[in-house]
Design a protein around this ligand. Structure first.
Ligand code: HEC
Ligand code: HEC
Length: 234
């Protein structure tokens, strides 16, 4: 084989490899997200006057314009390839919950399955979402240092003392369904976001359904220690 043929062969291999890899990636992740995600998720902060109760009730999915202040990047990339439910009752649980004589039942079928991305798409889209740093003024970088807590005390605190379990699950089938599950929260969320959200839910979202419990930093860190403990066990 002369040199020219060898070069042509190399070129063909490179093209093949390129064709094999590129369908997994996205040329313009922002545009892709606007076309494929924005129908349900807010990628830009709504104007103040648009943040009404009607908007909250009609909201299809959690906002993503502060994704970069909220998620752990590696979790986000993995979840988009293998999405599983985080809000046991949907993002506005009233729409998916059927009230019966035996208590509330979640209408699983009404919740539907989430879009699944390929590995390349998930890498590109999550890379883009992590650049959306809305509400970053609420984040106190490095404020939380993990400390040990006993599971028993942590659970008691989460349930009986602070009342979080009324709305959140700290085990797969144990706890309220109106809030997102929290037994994987420590893997999913940046600890500084968890702290900032508990500190003042309404500053993240004027219509947040979570009450402000007026907890001090020490109480907040104790709750995060518990989320850390149960999150590590998953
Ligand atoms: C048809 C509506 C719809 C579309 C389109 C959609 N999502 Fe979602 N998404 C949802 C719903 C509903 C949830 C809440 C699911 C749950 O928690 O059980 C969700 C959850 C999420 C979450 C986790 C939110 C949390 O609780 O923190 C992320 C991240 C996410 N979607 C990203 C995306 C991305 C990226 C796209 C586009 C590639 C997308 N979604 C397209 C409806 C949608
Ligand atoms: C009355 C119900 C309720 C109680 C009580 C409650 N939460 Fe929430 N919480 C929610 C809801 C609902 C959300 C999601 C925001 C929304 O949908 O408006 C949320 C969001 C959160 C988030 C952010 C999670 C995410 O995926 O963005 C954290 C962290 C959290 N709650 C922790 C706690 C802790 C810790 C307690 C106890 C001190 C607590 N919550 C008490 C309802 C509640």
């Amino acid at each position: 084989m002369n040199n020219r043929f060898r070069k042509a062969g190399m070129f063909r291999w490179t093209v093949c490899l390129w064709l094999f890899i590129t369908p997994l990636a996205i040329a313009d992740p922002q545009r892709y997200a606007e076309q494929n995600c924005a129908g349900c998720h807010a990628l830009n902060e709504p104007a103040q006057e648009a943040q009404t109760l009607d908007e909250r009730i009609g909201r299809k999915a959690p906002p993503l314009y502060y994704a970069g202040s909220k998620y752990r990047a590696e979790w986000l990339e993995q979840w988009l390839q293998n999405p599983r439910r985080i809000h046991p009752g949907g993002t506005f649980f009233g729409r998916h919950t059927v009230v019966t004589d035996d208590g509330d039942i979640i209408d699983e079928q009404a919740l539907g399955a989430h879009l699944t991305l390929t590995a390349g798409q998930a890498r590109d889209v999550s890379g883009y979402l992590m650049t959306l740093k809305g509400r970053k003024e609420l984040i106190r970088e490095g404020e939380y240092t993990p400390k040990k807590v006993s599971r028993k005390m942590g659970a008691l605190n989460f349930g009986k003392f602070k009342g979080c379990r009324a709305c959140h699950r700290d085990e797969e089938d144990y706890g309220g369904v109106s809030g997102p599950e929290l037994y994987t929260a420590y893997q999913r969320l940046q600890p500084e976001y968890i702290a900032a959200y508990i500190r003042d839910p309404q500053r993240w979202d004027a219509r947040s359904l979570m009450p402000d419990k007026h907890l001090n930093d020490k109480e907040i860190y104790k709750l995060i220690n518990y989320l850390n403990l149960i999150g590590a066990a998953q």
